[in-house]
Ligand binder design. Structure first.
Ligand SMILES: C[S@@+](CC[C@H](N)C(=O)[O-])C[C@H]1O[C@@H](n2cnc3c(N)ncnc32)[C@H](O)[C@@H]1O
Length: 226
């Protein structure tokens, strides 16, 4: 039985005493229901998944639904500061700033995420890890944790996106796969993903919205996008 991060890291259940009714019933996301996430889970049958960038929890809840439907014993670790990205603070689209749920100058988005996880009944599968992606990768490396699937959907700027691809690729098991969001949509992410794949001699399979890079180069193209 694989030890969970929750068992290692927390002294009490992160959901203890949390009443979802106190937080917004708002599961907005971006590309969070894309079929490639379920296809990768079906193919890899992961014991551990890491999601980097969770926002309100839509993609994590979608993956948890697949995990449960397949009867897998799998923990989904969600790494996010829950402080939002520059585009949310800079109000790049209507509603993004409001979604941060600001209180005394500090976002309460974490509680929107936690409320959603409990409301949808996936608190046994999803473990929050409230850290920057960089610090979380350090902790996970230190704990010698590895993951069968990494879904990276955090920063959209070139440098941090590339750092995330490198850090979370290196946390994958030998048969693991990395899925990235915003491919071909955000130029910084696209450049980072293409460069990363080229530098490591890896095969990248993508379409506007998502890319897949698998440790086993023959497996990547068999993960369906549709
Ligand atoms: C696009 S949203 C994630 C959307 C989510 N995957 C979904 O489908 O609903 C990006 C998230 O990444 C987080 N984020 C951005 N940069 C980060 C960083 N360096 N470390 C941790 N989280 C970060 C933001 O707080 C935000 O919640």
């Amino acid at each position: 039985m694989t030890q969970t991060l929750r068992e290692i890291l927390y002294t009490e259940c992160p959901y203890a005493g949390l009443d979802p009714a106190a937080y917004p019933d708002d599961l907005q996301g971006w590309g969070s229901d894309h079929p490639v996430l379920a296809a990768a889970i079906e193919k890899l049958r992961p014991k551990r998944i890491i999601e980097v960038g969770s926002w309100k929890g839509r993609s994590a809840i979608n993956m948890a639904r697949t995990v449960r439907a397949l009867g897998l014993q799998c923990e989904i670790v969600c790494v996010d500061t829950w402080l939002g990205s520059p585009e949310h603070w800079l109000r790049a689209a209507p509603g993004w700033y409001e979604s941060l749920a600001m209180k005394n100058g500090y976002p309460q988005l974490f509680y929107t995420f936690m409320g959603n996880v409990v409301r949808h009944g996936f608190q046994d599968i999803i473990t929050p890890l409230s850290m920057t992606s960089e610090s979380a990768a350090f902790v996970l490396r230190h704990l010698k944790m590895s993951f069968d699937l990494a879904y990276v959907d955090a920063a959209h700027e070139y440098e941090p996106a590339k750092r995330d691809f490198v850090a979370y690729w290196d946390l994958l098991t030998d048969n693991g796969a990395l899925i990235g969001d915003d491919y071909i949509i955000w130029p910084g992410v696209t450049q980072a993903a293409n460069e990363f794949a080229m530098e490591r001699g890896l095969r990248i399979v993508g379409e506007p919205g998502k890319f897949v890079i698998a440790k086993d180069a023959t497996a990547g193209p068999t993960i369906r996008f549709q």
